[in-house]
Design a protein. Structure first.
Length: 121
């Protein structure tokens, strides 16, 4: 199967790619074609989505609509920080995942994002 990944921030900066994916139980696994040597694990559990990126970047994000969750980022160059994701909309179907969230750092607003993942068999 293939997954198309689209991330848009509040300034309309766009990250878009299509990647081959496999599904293991409730987790989609695919290459992050926007960054070298990074694999994305997207897990759907109950009313939450977990996104973990591994490789050159180690990142974890948790999304649950109407809540604020702890997240983290670390890269091979030594940049490391914690942040929060405040999920304002979360929609999951067999073919599409939509996540709208605000990124918060140091208890302050940083940016708004919209993630859209389309699952193509």
């Amino acid at each position: 199967m293939k997954i198309s990944f689209l991330s848009l921030d509040q300034e309309q900066n766009k990250t878009y790619f299509v990647s081959e994916a496999v599904k293991e139980n409730n987790t989609y696994i695919f290459l992050d074609n926007s960054t070298e040597n990074v694999i994305i694990y997207l897990t759907i559990e109950d009313e939450s989505i977990y996104i973990r990126r591994t490789g050159e970047i180690e990142m974890f994000m948790h999304f649950k609509e109407g809540t604020t969750q702890k997240s983290s980022y670390k890269n091979k160059l030594g940049l490391e920080f914690e942040f929060q994701t405040q999920c304002t909309k979360l929609t999951v179907s067999d073919k599409k995942i939509l996540i709208w969230y605000d990124m918060l750092m140091n208890d302050g607003f940083t940016s708004s994002f919209k993630l859209s993942l389309n699952i193509m068999n």
